[in-house]
Design a protein around this ligand. Structure first.
Ligand SMILES: NC(=O)c1ccc[n+]([C@@H]2O[C@H](COP(=O)([O-])OP(=O)(O)OC[C@H]3O[C@@H](n4cnc5c(N)ncnc54)[C@H](O)[C@@H]3O)[C@@H](O)[C@H]2O)c1
Ligand SMILES: O=C(O)[C@H]1O[C@@H](O)[C@H](O)[C@@H](O)[C@@H]1O
Length: 256
């Protein structure tokens, strides 16, 4: 029987790619705040605890992608929508015996490390914004629920996924992830053994000069990225120098 997968934020840039890429293999319930009957996307607002309780019944895995763009407005958006929504989701998952939540976290949870600094996925958080900080909070919500309850929690710190499958800045070439690599990575997270209770990982393609070491993911969860931003640019004769440069010294750079 196919695994039952709930996707939140399925109409967005990342959500729609993942919905497309995963719907053959899994029994997907695709949701977003805006329903889209033509695409098979049902309405689910992550701030509505009751709706979340209903939609998580019988699910094996939740792919939590929904996010209201917050422009670093903690009190107005990040806290009441994104943080609160994640809390409702973890609570409902616990009550309904969901096995794993995979959360679309971000490189901005550690974006204040300097360019050139080698960082490991277990290094301390260094959010570069209120946005990044709320990602840290939700990652730790996952840590708590995995330690305290039967829930497994995976946080993918996604690099840069612009939607047209190519990097648009010099900075992006260090953290870019292609659509097929992201789909593969999420499948690896879904299929990782059930006793793997908690995992943080960076989600990028196999970019030359990647900011993060992701090689160990091949052995740990079977992730073997096929794409590389530098090779893609070389194939189309674009030099990195021709792309917009980021003057900040921090890995999180400008919010693109
Ligand atoms: N695109 C990237 O480069 C990137 C990188 C790192 C992390 N992320 C994370 O991935 C996720 C998706 O990013 P995206 O680029 O696809 O953004 P997006 O804005 O295209 O998608 C977000 C989706 O969430 C939905 N949404 C908003 N409020 C909602 C609510 N209250 N309830 C349910 N759904 C709601 C929106 O309608 C939208 O379809 C976000 O959590 C983002 O932080 C994205
Ligand atoms: O760092 C980046 O490029 C990306 O980071 C993600 O967290 C944001 O959701 C996305 O809008 C940015 O483009």
């Amino acid at each position: 029987m196919k695994r039952k997968l709930l996707i939140t934020g399925a109409s967005g840039v990342i959500g729609s790619s993942l919905y497309r890429g995963l719907q053959q293999e899994y029994d997907v319930l695709a949701t977003d705040i805006e329903a889209d009957a033509d695409q098979g996307i049902e309405s689910l607002d992550i701030t509505n605890a009751q709706q979340i309780k209903e939609k998580t019944i019988g699910m094996d895995t939740i792919l939590h992608i929904a996010w209201q763009k917050d422009e670093d407005d903690f009190l107005g958006v990040a806290l009441p929508v994104n943080v609160t929504g994640a809390y409702h989701l973890f609570e409902a998952a616990k009550e309904n015996g969901v096995q794993r939540i995979i959360f679309a976290s971000s490189n901005h949870s550690t974006g204040f490390y300097k360019v050139g600094e080698d960082i490991d996925v277990n290094d301390p958080y260094r959010p570069d914004s209120i946005y990044g900080l709320s990602k840290c909070y939700i990652e730790l919500l996952g840590r708590l629920y995995s330690d305290q309850h039967q829930l497994s929690s995976f946080n993918i710190r996604i690099g840069n996924f612009p939607g047209d499958d190519r990097p648009h800045s010099e900075r992006a070439t260090h953290i870019w992830i292609s659509e097929r690599d992201l789909v593969q990575l999420v499948k690896c997270c879904i299929e990782a053994p059930a006793d793997r209770k908690y995992m943080n990982l960076y989600g990028t393609s196999a970019n030359t000069d990647n900011y993060y070491n992701i090689d160990y993911l091949a052995e740990e969860i079977g992730y073997r990225p096929q794409d590389n931003a530098a090779e893609l640019l070389a194939a189309e004769n674009t030099q990195k120098e021709q792309l917009p440069q980021d003057e900040t010294a921090f890995q999180g750079g400008q919010h693109e």
